[in-house]
Design a protein around this ligand. Structure first.
Ligand code: AMP
Length: 509
C-alpha cells in the first residue's frame, strides 16, 4: 500500500500516478481517455460540485445511465470529500422519493428526461438538481467544460464516508450501506494482488455502475492497477466475444456466462488472449463452471461479496477454482460460520450463518443505528445473512440467503442442496427451491424448474430422480415448470417473486 498523507480514495488512486498519458478507458465510439484526462475531468467536475454547494460529507445522489462522465462523477464526488450515492436506473420516481428523502443529498444528478419529476422530490430536502444524459450531455457536463481542471483533493480520514449504496433489499426498506474510503481502498489493493492485475490488463467492463460489482470491484481494481477498461454501456455477448481477442479479463454475473455459452462464437480460439474470467454477485451453477472450462479451457474464478462488505472470499488465482464454491477468505478478511441464534462458531463442514470481519466491512446502515447494531456481533463480526459452510480446505460454500431457508415440518431445508440435485438432471437448465405456506408442514418445499426446450422432464421424473438421494423431509411436494426464473439486473434469482406467485398452491380448497 502506498503511503500517502491523505486517506481519500482519490489520492490513494492517483497521487503516485507516474504516467498521465497511459490509457484508462476506451469507449465503443472510439474515445480514448488517459489517466491524465480522468484526473483533469474529475477536477472540473469537483469544481462544479463545490460551486453547487456540495461540502465534504454531503451526499450526491446519482441516477444516471452508465457512461464515462458518470464514472468521472463518482471520482469527482469522492475527490471533493463528498459521498457518492448511485441509484439503479430502473427506479421510478415513486421509489426515488424514498432514497432522496432518506439520504438527504445536497445535490441530485439525473437524466434530463427525469429532471422535472426529480426537482419536485429534491425540493423536499432542499437539494439542487443537475442533469447528465446517457450521451454525456447535460447541465453538469456543460458546467464542467467551463470549469478549471485544477482541484485540490479534499483530505479525508480512513473512516470517512466515500459512498452510500442502497442494498437491493427484497424485503423491508432498502438500507443505505455506508462505505468508507478505507473500505474501498483496502479491498481494491487486495483484489489487485489476488487476481494479479497489472498495467498490461484490459478489462471488458460490461456491468452497471450503480452496484458494488461494476463500480468498485471492476472500476477501482482497474484504476489501481493502471490497467485499461473497455467501457460498454451494457452486456452484449457478440461484442464481448469479439473484444476478447484484445482483452485480458472479464468480470461478470453468472447470467453473462450462461448467455455467452449460448453463443456458438465462444470457443477456445476466441478466448485465447484472455487470462481471467471472474464471476460473482449470484451463484454460478457448477454446470456452467464445467461447461465453460470444457468450451474455453478457462476455469471461471468465482468470488463472494456484498454491498455491505465489498469482497470477502475468492477462489485462488493459482490452485483449484472449485465449481460451486466461492473460495477462501481474502487476505485481512476473517470469515467464520456460526450458529445463527447464538453466534457460536461452528466447526468446518457445518452449515450455519456466514459472518465476516475486516477493513472491507462497512461502517453501518445510514441513519439506522439499531439495525446496524443488530447485524453485528459484539466482537465486530458482520452477520451476512448468507447461510453456508467452510470446508476442510478452507473454501466457503454458500447455501443461500437465510431468509430463503425453508423450514418444513420443523426441519431446516437448504434450497441449494435440492437445487444442485435437480440441476444435475439431464434436460434441466436450473431450479429454484422455495418454501410456501403449507397447513401441515408450515412450509412446503417447492421446486420451480427450467428445462431445455423439448426436454423429457416431468414432475414425476424429477421426484423419481430425487427419491433415495434426499431425505424424505427435503423432497419437493410440488415441482413447477417455468420458461425462466425471475432475475434482477445482477442476475440474482428473485425468490420473493416466486414465493408470491405460488403462495396459494397448498391452500386447502
Ligand atoms: P449485493 O449486495 O447485491 O452484492 O448482494 C450480495 C449477496 O449476493 C450476498 O449476500 C450473496 O447472497 C449473493 N452473492 C454474491 N456473490 C455470490 C456468489 N459468488 N455465490 C453465491 N451468492 C453470491
Amino acid at each position: 500500500m502506498t503511503a500517502t498523507a491523505n486517506a481519500n480514495l482519490f489520492s490513494r488512486l492517483f497521487d503516485d500516478l507516474d504516467d498521465t498519458a497511459r490509457l484508462a478507458i476506451e469507449t465503443l465510439d472510439g474515445r480514448h481517455i488517459t489517466y491524465g484526462d480522468l484526473i483533469a475531468f474529475s477536477g472540473r467536475m469537483a469544481n462544479v460540485l463545490v460551486a453547487r454547494g456540495v461540502k465534504p460529507g454531503d451526499r450526491v445522489a446519482v441516477q444516471v445511465e452508465k457512461s464515462v462522465p458518470n464514472l468521472v462523477l463518482y471520482l469527482a464526488t469522492v475527490r471533493a470529500g463528498a459521498v457518492y450515492l448511485p441509484l439503479n436506473t430502473a427506479y421510478t420516481l415513486n421509489e426515488l422519493e424514498y432514497f432522496i428523502t432518506d439520504a438527504e443529498p445536497s445535490l441530485v444528478i439525473c437524466d434530463p428526461s427525469k429532471a422535472d419529476g426529480i426537482r419536485a422530490i429534491a425540493a423536499k430536502v432542499k437539494a439542487k438538481v443537475e442533469t447528465l444524459g446517457a450521451d454525456g450531455k447535460g447541465s453538469l457536463t456543460e458546467a464542467a467544460a467551463a470549469a478549471s481542471p485544477e482541484f485540490t483533493t479534499v483530505a479525508r480520514a480512513n473512516d470517512d464516508l466515500a459512498a452510500i449504496l442502497y442494498t437491493s433489499g427484497t424485503t423491508g426498506r432498502s438500507k443505505g450501506a455506508m462505505l468508507t474510503h478505507d473500505n474501498l481502498a483496502s479491498n481494491s489493493y487486495s483484489l489487485v494482488d489476488y487476481w494479479r492485475f497489472t498495467d498490461r490488463d484490459v478489462l471488458i467492463h460490461a456491468l452497471p455502475i450503480y452496484h458494488t460489482h461494476g463500480l468498485f470491484v471492476a472500476s477501482n481494481v482497474t484504476l489501481f492497477a493502471r490497467a485499461l477498461m473497455i467501457f460498454l454501456p451494457k452486456f452484449d455477448p457478440d461484442l464481448i466475444i469479439k473484444l476478447m481477442s484484445r482483452a485480458t479479463v472479464l468480470m461478470g454475473v453468472p447470467t453473462f456466462y450462461t448467455r455467452l455459452l449460448q453463443n456458438p462464437a465462444l470457443t477456445k480460439e476466441a478466448t485465447k488472449h484472455m487470462r481471467l474470467f471472474i464471476s460473482g454477485s449470484a451463484p454460478l451453477l457448477a454446470d456452467t463452471h464445467r461447461e465453460w472450462s470444457a468450451r474455453t479451457g478457462h476455469a471461471v474464478l468465482e468470488r463472494y461479496g456484498m454491498t455491505e462488505t465489498n469482497m470477502n472470499t475468492s477462489n485462488p488465482y493459482d490452485g483449484d477454482r472449485v465449481p460451486g464454491a466461492v473460495g477462501r477468505a481474502l487476505p485481512g478478511v476473517s470469515v467464520r460460520v456460526t450458529e445463527p441464534e447464538t453466534g457460536k462458531e461452528l466447526p468446518r463442514e457445518t452449515i450455519g450463518m456466514i459472518e465476516v470481519k475486516g477493513p472491507n466491512v462497512f461502517k453501518g446502515y445510514w441513519r439506522m443505528p439499531e439495525k446496524t447494531k443488530s447485524e453485528f456481533r459484539d466482537d465486530g463480526f458482520f452477520i451476512t445473512g448468507d447461510l453456508g459452510k467452510i470446508d476442510n480446505k478452507g473454501y466457503v460454500h454458500i447455501l443461500g440467503r437465510g431468509k430463503d431457508l425453508v423450514i418444513s415440518g420443523g426441519f431446516n431445508v437448504y434450497p441449494k442442496e435440492i437445487e444442485s440435485e435437480i440441476d444435475a438432471m439431464p434436460g434441466v437448465v436450473e431450479a429454484a427451491v422455495i418454501g410456501v405456506p403449507h397447513a401441515d408442514f408450515g412450509e412446503g418445499v417447492t421446486a420451480v424448474v427450467v428445462c431445455n426446450k423439448g426436454a423429457d422432464v416431468s414432475e414425476a421424473k424429477v421426484l423419481g430422480a430425487l427419491d433415495g438421494r434426499l431425505a424424505k423431509f427435503k423432497m419437493p411436494k410440488r415441482v413447477i415448470f417455468v420458461d425462466e426464473l425471475p432475475r434482477n439486473a445482477m442476475g440474482k434469482v428473485q425468490k420473493n417473486i416466486l414465493r408470491d406467485a405460488y403462495k396459494d398452491i397448498y391452500a386447502k380448497t
